[in-house]
Design a protein around this ligand. Structure first.
Ligand SMILES: [Zn+2]
Length: 153
């Protein structure tokens, strides 16, 4: 089933096996810790079990793998070369679920930030975006085109 994957797809598949506490998520957590923010992890009582949660600020962060969650126009989100209908449907389910989770969180009064895997490699921009999201007044501000609070869909 997983034959003929692109390199990006293959590494994403390996990442999937690790599941939570992925490398990109750990990078974000390390950065937040260094910045002095306190957070909770994987709150199962919230829609989508956000990866990183700031209860008193009512802010939640998802760290999304670009492949599984389909980061638009990202080279890590290449389509596998075989079983295209299978993957397309699978990805669509993931994307819809992500949208629904963000919408539900927002309806509950939470601000949501999606950090994409590829963005965790840009530490300076990421730090600015995290600060903006966590202590900025306007959580819908689009400080960076690629690092912005998720839309409800
Ligand atoms: Zn990406």
């Amino acid at each position: 089933m997983v034959d003929r994957l692109t390199p990006a797809a293959r590494s994403a598949l390996m990442g999937k096996v690790r599941g939570k506490n992925s490398g990109p998520e750990l990078s974000v957590r390390r950065l937040l810790h260094r910045l002095g923010f306190r957070y909770r992890l994987h709150r199962r009582d919230l829609p989508g079990t956000p990866d990183i949660v700031f209860p008193s600020r009512r802010r939640a962060i998802f760290v999304h793998g670009c492949f599984w969650h389909r980061h638009e126009q990202c080279k890590k989100a290449s389509l596998p070369k075989s079983n295209v209908p299978f993957w397309t449907e699978k990805f669509e389910v993931n994307v819809q679920r992500d949208r629904r989770n963000v919408a539900e969180l927002r309806a509950l009064g939470w601000a949501v930030l999606i950090v994409w895997q590829c963005e965790t490699e840009r530490e300076v921009e990421l730090e600015a975006a995290l600060r903006e999201f966590l202590i900025g007044g306007d959580v819908s501000a689009e400080r960076l085109p690629t690092l912005r609070p998720a839309r409800a869909g």
